[in-house]
Design a protein around this ligand. Structure first.
Ligand code: AMP
Ligand code: ZN
Length: 501
């Protein structure tokens, strides 16, 4: 059974009930990275939002075909199709070939994705591998009369696509030639390059033959050609950051619908920006924070994922190291609370789990409201009527969307178990996960040690002390008579004891 999922569609500017083209299966296209530099954590916020969307679709019972492109050519420094190619500029900066730059930053991006538990798409098409599809689309546009030629390339005439202004609610009167804007040979301010010619006086590293001359594709045509090469049209959902609404996605719609005569995309979702005090975080600004930088400061990458859940994806999110640290504490508390759940009651009642899941899923299905979903997780953990086993089963389901590794026990986390046995008080301090078996062994040996001492059987007491030492357990006799055993590596300790028999 499918759950109802409501998503805010940029095209209608309303929350809509999501309905895919093909029953049960969803095509999802997300604009991917331009691999000329490290991704910054603002970019990564957008990929986290898209990952939550994909996981929500899966939770709601859909199959998802997910495509993320890699832009390795054609993205110019200015969105107005002027300036250098970002990739060629990156290569120049680092004294490497464009291909090396692309390979290096693509690999770095993949590491970030893995660190953030972002699920892999079904394909990562690279622009440079799809030049033929792009040329084909430009040819179709040319045959249909949507293009014109200038000295530096083939352009899309946006005036010939009457719905051009609709998507981003642009003011049509402001788009005609003339006023103040340097348009070069462009007929309209909004016209954009489909194919750019290589400069006559310099050889580009990335260039291809085409019916119009040697050159390279425009950035916008890349996404249209790859999206339609991998997904059936209309594409169910297309995503990206909010900066793409006005230009990139408006252009994608114009050229795709002009070429095919069919609707391009049914649902458009856009993530708002991660902002600094000084404004948005941007790669071109140079002053940006990478995930690697957070890691070097000792932050768990998943704490950044958690931080992204502190605001709705359609709201700007204010970055500061302090805010991320607060989320790291929040995540650590969540994991601790989960590790300490009393799951002894064992049997899980599935209908109880479904009841616990309802507020969480309601938040998720209400346009991916993650702040509410996280609050719902805490509500369940605090619910005194729910059993530990049901809470655990609930967390297993919720973490399929959250992707926060909620069952992981943080390294610095220490759990203390206080027990009393045969009148002896024993405190067991563990770092990490421990088993009931190990707990029993430690209890038994501690009691035996105390009893041996009381009976002045020091040989036996020393033998046990040595066993503890060999197994990596530090034993202390506390002033109040409690025996304290500290176990730093429970798994290893348990193995050692098992060898003793
Ligand atoms: P790029 O690699 O620059 O093409 O951008 C990759 C993705 O990150 C796109 O979907 C952008 O819209 C998005 N993006 C860029 N800057 C930010 C930011 N500061 N916060 C959130 N998303 C961003
Ligand atoms: Zn794109």
């Amino acid at each position: 059974m499918k759950r109802d999922l409501y998503l805010h569609n940029t095209a209608s500017n309303r929350k809509e009930l999501f309905q895919p083209q093909e029953n049960g299966s969803v095509g999802l296209y997300c604009c991917g990275p331009t691999v000329y530099n490290y991704a910054h954590i603002g970019n990564l916020r957008t990929y986290i939002f898209e990952d939550v969307l994909k996981r929500a679709l899966l939770m709601c019972g859909y199959k998802v075909r997910h495509i993320v492109n890699i832009t390795d050519v054609g993205h110019l420094v200015s969105d107005a199709d002027t300036g250098e190619d970002k990739m060629e500029k990156g290569a120049e900066r680092e004294g490497k070939s464009v291909w090396d730059i692309a390979a290096f930053y693509t690999a770095k991006f993949m590491e970030d994705i893995a660190n953030l538990n972002i699920t892999q798409p079904d394909a990562w098409p690279k622009a440079a591998d799809h030049i033929k599809q792009m040329i084909d689309m430009v040819q179709t546009l040319e045959e249909k009369g949507f293009t014109y030629r200038t000295t530096d390339g083939i352009y899309f005439d946006t005036y010939k696509f009457p719905a051009y202004c609709d998507f981003a609610h642009l003011d049509p009167s402001s788009l005609r030639a003339g006023e103040r804007v340097d348009m070069g040979e462009k007929r309209n301010v909004t016209d954009f390059a489909l194919w750019k010619f290589s400069p006559k006086d310099a050889k580009r590293q990335m260039e291809w033959e085409s019916p119009w001359g040697t050159g390279f594709p425009g950035w916008h045509i890349e996404c249209s050609a790859m999206a339609l090469a991998y997904l059936p049209q209309p594409i169910d959902i297309h995503c990206g950051g909010a900066d793409h609404i006005r230009v990139h996605h408006t252009n994608e719609i114009a050229q795709s619908e002009a070429a095919t005569g069919k609707k391009y995309v049914n649902y458009w979702l856009h993530g708002e920006f991660l902002v600094l005090d000084k404004g948005k975080m941007a790669k071109s600004g140079g002053n940006f924070v990478t995930l690697q930088k957070l890691k070097e400061r000792g932050t768990d990458p998943l704490a950044y994922r958690m931080f992204c859940f502190s605001a709705h994806y359609r709201s700007p999110l204010q970055f500061s190291f302090e805010n991320v640290t607060a989320s790291a504490h929040g995540l650590s508390n969540l994991r601790k609370t989960i590790a300490n759940l009393d799951t002894a009651s064992g049997v899980v009642d599935n209908s109880e789990v479904q009841t616990l899941l309802t507020p969480f899923m309601d938040a998720l299905c209400d346009d991916l409201n993650m702040p509410r979903a996280i609050a719902a997780v805490w509500e369940v953990l605090r619910d005194e009527k729910a059993s530990g086993a049901a809470k655990r089963a609930f967390i297993e389901e919720a973490d399929k969307v959250l992707g926060l590794d909620l069952f992981r026990v943080d390294e610095e986390q220490v759990s203390e178990v206080l027990e009393e046995s045969e009148g002896f008080k024993i405190s067991l301090l563990f770092k990490g996960d421990f088993t009931q078996n190990l707990k029993n062994i430690l209890m038994e040996k501690s009691v035996l040690r105390k009893k041996s001492r009381a009976a002045r059987n020091f040989a036996e007491a020393d033998k046990i002390r040595d066993q503890f030492a060999n197994a990596g357990v530090v034993v202390k006799d506390m002033p109040d008579g409690t025996t304290q055993c500290v176990v730093n590596d429970p798994e290893k300790t348990e193995k050692q004891f098992m060898l003793l028999g």
